[in-house]
Design a protein around this ligand. Structure first.
Ligand SMILES: [Zn+2]
Length: 116
C-alpha cells in the first residue's frame, strides 16, 4: 500500500471492509486515524478519542457531536511531522455529509482486527 493517495476503488474497498468507518462507529477511548482527505491515507492525525460532544464555538458552532481526538501523532504524505494541534475536532457526527473518514486502530481495551 502506498503512503499517500489511493485509488477511489481501493478507498471504497477499505470502507466496505470496515477498515475505514463512519464517525458513528467510533466510541470513546478508541485510537483512530482521522484522515484529512478522502482517498488519501498518507495525511492524518493519530490519537485517542477522549470525548464525543460539541466542539468549541470557534471550531464549529453547530452544537452537534464531534469526535474530540487527543493527538498523539501527525502524518503528512506518510511522514511523521510535528503537530501544532493537541486536540482536533473532525467534522460533526451529525453533519458529516461526506461519509467515512476515520480508521479505528484500536478499540478501547482491545486491539482491532482489519474486519472488526
Ligand atoms: Zn459541528
Amino acid at each position: 500500500m502506498s503512503n499517500g493517495r489511493v485509488s477511489i476503488e481501493d478507498w471504497n474497498k477499505m470502507v466496505e471492509q470496515g477498515t475505514i468507518v463512519d464517525y458513528k462507529s467510533v466510541k470513546w477511548g478508541d485510537v483512530v486515524k482521522s484522515f484529512d482527505f478522502r482517498w488519501d491515507i498518507g495525511n492524518y492525525y493519530l490519537g485517542r478519542v477522549w470525548n464525543i460532544g460539541p466542539a468549541p464555538e470557534n471550531v464549529c458552532p453547530c452544537g452537534g457531536d464531534h469526535l474530540h481526538i487527543a493527538v498523539e501523532k501527525r502524518f503528512v504524505n506518510g511522514e511523521e511531522v510535528h503537530s501544532n494541534n493537541k486536540v482536533i475536532f473532525p467534522a460533526c457526527v451529525d453533519h458529516d455529509l461526506g461519509g467515512a473518514m476515520i480508521q479505528i486502530v484500536e478499540r478501547y481495551g482491545y486491539p482491532v482486527s482489519p474486519t472488526d
